[in-house]
Design a protein around this ligand. Structure first.
Ligand code: 5GP
Length: 206
C-alpha cells in the first residue's frame, strides 16, 4: 500500500509534472546547465542520485548525491528502489524511483542528470520523458575543457575523453534524445535548454 502522505496534495501542486533527462559527456558543462534550468523554471526539482562513487571534496551529501557503499547500492537495487541504474567509470549510479514518482505526482518538473544508459532505461519505462543531450562544440574543445578542469591525471582525462566520444555516438544512435544542444557559450546553451523545456511544457498544455 502506498503511504497516504505521499498522495496528499500541497497548495503549490500543479498537474503538469514532466520528467526531464539531461545527459552529456563529462566536461561539457552539463551540471551547470542542469542547475541553471532548475533555477530558471519554477517548480522544478533536481533528482539526487545514489552512487557508490566516493565523494570528492566538492561533493555535498544529499545535494550532489546520496553516497552509499557498493553493498548498500546493490541492496537498494535488489529491492527495486531505482528507476534506472548504470555503471559509469566502475561506479554504480541510480535514480530513486519513489522520490521521482512523488514529485511527478506533485506536478513538478523533475530533472534527472543521468548518462545515456540510464536515459535509455527511463525512456523505455516512461516514453513521455523529455530528453536533452548537451554536446561540446567539437572534440578538440571537449578535450581542452577536460584538461582545464585540472581535476584529474592525463591518463584519466584520456579515459574520460574516449568515454565521452563513445557516449556521444551512443546518444546519436539511440532515439532517446528529443533535443541536442551545443554548449558553445554557457549562457546561450542554458537559455536554449530552459526555453526547450518551457516550450515542451506549453505544447503538452497541462
Ligand atoms: P560523476 O561521477 O562525474 O558525478 O558522474 C558520472 C556520470 O554519471 C555522469 O555522466 C552523470 O550524469 C552520470 N550519473 C549521475 N547520476 C546518475 C544516475 O543516477 N543514473 C545514471 N544512469 N547516470 C548517472
Amino acid at each position: 500500500m502506498a503511504d497516504p502522505a505521499t498522495h496528499a496534495r500541497l497548495a503549490t501542486d500543479t498537474d503538469d509534472g514532466l520528467l526531464l533527462i539531461i545527459s552529456g559527456p563529462s566536461g561539457v558543462g552539463k551540471t551547470t546547465i542542469t542547475r541553471g534550468v532548475e533555477r530558471a523554471i519554477p517548480g522544478s526539482v533536481f533528482s539526487v542520485s545514489c552512487t557508490s562513487r566516493p565523494p570528492t571534496p566538492a561533493d555535498v551529501e544529499g545535494v550532489d548525491y546520496h553516497f552509499v557503499s557498493r553493498d548498500e547500492f546493490k541492496r537498494l537495487e535488489a529491492r527495486g528502489e531505482f528507476l534506472e541504474t548504470a555503471e559509469v567509470f566502475g561506479n554504480c549510479y541510480g535514480t530513486p524511483r519513489k522520490w521521482v514518482d512523488e514529485q511527478l505526482r506533485r506536478g513538478r518538473l523533475v530533472i534527472l542528470e543521468i548518462d545515456v544508459q540510464g536515459a535509455i532505461q527511463v525512456k523505455r519505462a516512461m516514453p513521455e520523458a523529455f530528453a536533452i543531450f548537451i554536446l561540446p562544440p567539437s572534440e578538440d574543445v571537449l578535450l581542452a575543457r577536460l584538461r582545464s578542469r585540472k581535476r584529474e591525471s592525463e591518463e584519466i582525462i584520456q579515459r574520460r575523453f574516449a568515454e565521452a566520444r563513445k557516449e556521444i555516438a551512443t546518444a546519436r544512435a539511440s532515439s532517446v534524445y528529443d533535443r541536442f544542444i551545443v554548449n558553445e557559450r554557457l549562457d546561450a546553451a542554458l537559455t536554449e535548454a530552459a526555453d526547450a523545456v518551457k516550450a515542451e511544457r506549453g505544447k503538452r498544455g497541462r
